[in-house]
Design a protein around this ligand. Structure first.
Ligand code: GCB
Length: 598
């Protein structure tokens, strides 16, 4: 009885689930590892009042202190099953706008294969706060909807009679919109909920290769840092062996403070869109006692991305970034994606004669950058520091910085990724400047090899690019909707002429809505004709401006958007060059195709 009352009166129950945090510090680079998938159909309940966490359902208490059976409000196996990964919003009509906590559960059997083996549970993405419970124990909590996290569950899994014992995982996913989160509660896209990316188990030795950063050195050789973790917490002693057979590289380095660093001579063919050359890189760790070993591998491209004056240089040559912005949103799957969809996106990009994508406005699935590496596509990757974030709130900053770290650590070995973006369209206040400068600094600390950017502001009164944040960026992104939100297109040439950015500018957004098949004149809003004319006007001006180093018009595909409510939009942002069906190309697509083909 006492417990029951505590549950209903404890409004601060969420505090129980703050620690341990599952954050970037525990992040493991999983390339080259064998894994076991926990995807499939999980039991699920929409837990509107968050009772699982209030009343500790995961403890599975079904009797009172005297051992008498008590009624409980949960029913793991009796619940319906829904797929993992999936956005719950698209699974059932009544869940379409569900923004509460979903409870997921399933069991798995675990038979250790090696003595001392560690078992790591990894989520590639769940939106937004995820709490993980294994066999009645809370093992950790993660914030952020679009980056991966791991938890070492070795101590929580059952090993007695293990070949017959089921281990139960319970996961609560809280998808509530909040002004304190990243992204905040007001966005121009649909904030889906659920475990919408893959879930895996990894088996690792007690001392293992946790992460690596292998890249082209400034002298043309190769630099590598390899990070070794000891799951038991002791000091790591041993050596790391780095091999790149095709380049004749084979080197060894001792581990010091958990890290082995290399600088080797090599003459790698440079990775580029025309020739996306990848090298097989293998990493081996041997502990000083010779007993613990670990090995993994990755396919890595070597290229240089740099900024010189107002130019962006790829492998020392000036490049114009021919791109388009893209959301992860898919009409049937939401933010859940798969290899076919990613490859189709890249085929559509190539059909438009482009080779660069702005992955807006949050980290996309990790497979995107891997496939882009193979396909020779350049990427801008971004964290969802979007619009009026709670820039004054330290907790919001910590969350944003962690998401940025998780993104950079996940993808810094991908040659395709050339720019880290720390945000989009934020008002130029002191607190925003401090917040986003902090993020830019963090990106540089984790990865000094890539330029940092953000989509910045224009001073519409003075008609020039003006945003304090540009002082800390290497490349300036500009969203300008001349000819659309501001119908007076004649301002665009004035803005460009009045600005002397001294750094490369990429037009991160321009565009206008067109409902597929809607026809009219070049003056009729919502028509393909208006959109096409707007693209023609934009291109004519942009191509004259010498400091513009590339562009990613808004946007490749129409996407779901709950704030777009007029008859042409019907809950979609219709600025796509291609319909949300990903089949019907609008007239403006062919304008871009011709320009990029020139
Ligand atoms: C913007 C935002 C983008 C919106 C777009 C629009 O400036 O960055 O997220 O979807 O405008 O369509 O208004």
């Amino acid at each position: 009885m006492a417990v029951f009352q505590e549950d209903i009166h404890n409004t601060a129950y969420e505090a129980k689930y703050r620690e341990p945090r599952l954050e970037s510090g525990g992040l493991i680079n999983t390339a080259g590892r064998n894994c076991e998938s926990l995807n499939g159909r999980w039991n699920f309940a929409a837990d509107w009042y968050d009772t699982c966490r209030r009343a500790d359902w995961f403890k599975e208490v079904t009797t009172n202190a005297a051992g008498l059976p008590q009624p409980v409000d949960w029913d793991w196996e009796g619940w319906e099953r829904i797929p993992v990964p999936a956005c719950w919003n698209l699974e059932k009509p009544e869940l379409h706008y569900f923004e509460g906590t979903g409870v997921y559960t399933r069991t798995f059997r675990y038979v250790p294969k090696e003595p001392g083996e560690r078992l790591i549970l990894r989520f590639e993405g769940a939106a937004y706060n995820t709490c993980v419970f294994v066999n009645g124990t809370f093992v950790g909590s993660h914030d952020g909807a679009s980056t991966p996290f791991n938890v070492d569950i070795t101590a929580a899994v059952k090993t007695e009679d293990f070949s017959f014992t089921e281990n139960r995982i319970v996961v609560t996913v809280d998808a509530r919109r909040s002004p304190l989160r990243i992204p905040m509660d007001n966005t121009d896209w649909f904030l889906y909920g659920g475990i919408y990316r893959d879930v895996y188990l990894y088996r690792l030795p007690p001392v293992f290769i946790k992460d690596w950063f292998v890249r082209l050195a400034t002298d043309g050789g190769i630099d590598a840092d390899v990070y070794i973790a000891n799951a038991e917490g002791g000091k790591v002693q041993g050596t790391v062996c780095l091999k790149i057979p095709e380049l004749g590289v084979q080197a060894e380095a001792a581990v010091q403070d958990g890290k082995a660093s290399f600088h080797v001579k090599a003459n790698a063919e440079r990775w580029s869109p025309e020739s996306p050359k990848l090298y097989e890189v293998t990493l081996g760790f041997t502990a000083a006692d010779g007993k613990t070993r670990d090995q993994t591998h990755d396919r890595i491209g070597f290229r240089e991305i740099a900024v010189n004056g107002t130019d962006v240089l790829l492998n020392g040559k000036k490049i114009f970034l021919k791109g388009v912005s893209v959301h992860e949103d898919h009409f049937a799957l939401g933010k859940t994606t798969n290899e076919d969809i990613i490859r189709q996106t890249i085929r559509d990009l190539k059909e438009m004669n482009g080779y660069y994508l702005r992955l807006a406005h949050y980290p996309h699935d990790a497979r995107f950058a891997k496939i882009a590496d193979e396909e020779g596509v350049l990427l801008w990757e971004e964290v969802p520091v979007y619009w009026a974030v709670a820039f004054d709130n330290p907790g919001t900053y910590a969350d944003a910085e962690n998401q940025l770290a998780e993104l950079v650590l996940r993808d810094r070995n991908r040659a395709s990724v050339i720019i880290w973006s720390v945000g989009n369209e934020n008002a130029d206040t002191d607190s925003r400047f401090a917040f986003m400068s902090g993020l830019a600094k963090k990106a540089k600390a984790l990865d000094p090899t890539r330029p940092v950017s953000a989509a910045c502001l224009i001073n519409h009164d003075e008609l020039r690019i003006e945003d304090r944040l540009t002082s800390v960026l290497d490349i300036i992104g500009i969203n300008e909707y001349l000819g659309w939100y501001d119908p007076d297109f004649s301002k665009l040439p004035k803005i460009l002429a009045n600005s002397a950015p001294g750094k490369p500018v990429v037009i991160t957004e321009f565009g206008g809505d067109a409902r597929t098949g809607q026809r009219g004149t070049a003056d009729d809003l919502w028509t393909e004709d208006k959109q096409k004319a707007l693209y023609e006007q934009q291109i004519a001006v942009i191509k004259q401006c010498s400091y513009i180093a590339g562009m990613t018009p808004w946007i490749f595909y129409d996407f779901r958007c709950p704030r777009r409510l007029n008859r042409y939009q019907e809950h979609f942002n219709r600025k796509g060059l291609i319909d949300a069906d990903r089949v019907r190309h609008k007239g403006a697509f062919y304008v871009m195709r011709q320009f990029y083909g020139e």
